[in-house]
Design a protein around this ligand. Structure first.
Ligand code: ADP
Ligand code: MG
Length: 255
């Protein structure tokens, strides 16, 4: 579904990504983790083309993304970016409707089905009744949920997200992941919270200083050794009895 091949990316003289290669297969839920500044956002921006990757380095559905028009890309992949700089305000329902753009012909009006889908998605993210609210007046967490609804409105096979749970309180962190999990889509998301990554990911890719340090199941990647060596934190790893998933307990640093 998504294939990255030897992707390097520099900003000025700094080599931010060094020959990254990875695959995300159809239907997988893959998490991208790593310390602050290791290059997660830079990698994701190359995939959803906020940055321009070189030719023959990022493929979605077998197509080199540098050869796709904006509309062709928007039909294949939806993104929820970390920062959204908005210069003008729109109503919440219209914001979600932007997700339908790639499905309409030039100057075609939105249909009743578009409207119904977008209202339904707002309900799913817990924001029914917010249709006419101004987007800029929302809290960080509410904005994030609107942006998830917009990405789902694109009805793509692939959704790419950059730390989507960051502004959310704990219930909505889990709700957002749950909503994503039940879609029949492929998910590639950077995730800040390692326990959330452990809970929802089929596979986890661990980055360190612009390179991939480890890749595998949560059990394979979230080891005490990796957490100590890459995040610089002591941890105890167990298997949660209720969920059967990896659970990380962080320990105080040695003094
Ligand atoms: P992450 O998302 O993993 O925290 P980023 O991809 O945002 O990391 O950043 C990776 C590195 O690239 C960091 O060291 C950051 O300072 C640097 N970086 C990102 N954007 C720029 C920029 N526009 N100019 C210079 N350095 C940048
Ligand atoms: Mg980032």
């Amino acid at each position: 579904m998504l294939s990255v091949k030897n992707l390097s990316y520099s900003i000025g003289d700094a080599k931010i990504l060094k020959e990254i290669s990875l695959e995300v297969r159809e239907g997988e839920f893959v998490g991208l983790i790593g310390p602050n500044g290791c290059g997660k956002s830079t990698l994701l921006k190359n995939i959803y083309r906020t940055y321009r990757p070189g030719r023959e380095s990022v493929y979605i559905d077998g197509r080199d993304i540098t050869e796709l028009t904006a509309r062709q890309l928007a039909r294949r992949a939806a993104a929820v970016a970390q920062e959204n700089v908005m210069e003008f305000d729109v109503e919440v329902l219209d914001m979600v409707m932007y997700g339908r753009y790639a499905h309409r012909k030039f100057l075609e009006r939105e249909t009743r089905e578009d409207q119904e889908l977008c209202r339904h998605l707002l309900l799913e993210v817990g924001l029914d009744g917010y249709e006419q609210r101004s987007f800029l007046s929302l809290s960080g967490g509410e904005k994030q949920r609107v942006l998830l609804a917009r990405a789902l409105a694109q009805e793509c096979q692939l959704i790419i997200l950059d730390e989507p749970t960051n502004h959310l309180d704990i219930r909505y962190q889990y709700l957002l992941m749950q909503i994503l999990k039940k879609q029949e889509v492929t998910v590639f998301s950077s995730i800040h919270d390692l326990n959330i990554a452990a809970m929802y990911c089929d596979r986890i890719i661990l980055m360190k200083k612009g390179e991939i340090a480890a890749c595998g199941t949560p059990e394979e990647v979230l080891t005490e050794k990796n957490i100590r060596e890459i995040f610089g934190v002591r941890a105890q790893i167990t298997c949660n009895e209720i969920t059967g998933r990896v659970q990380i307990y962080y320990l105080p640093l040695p003094v």
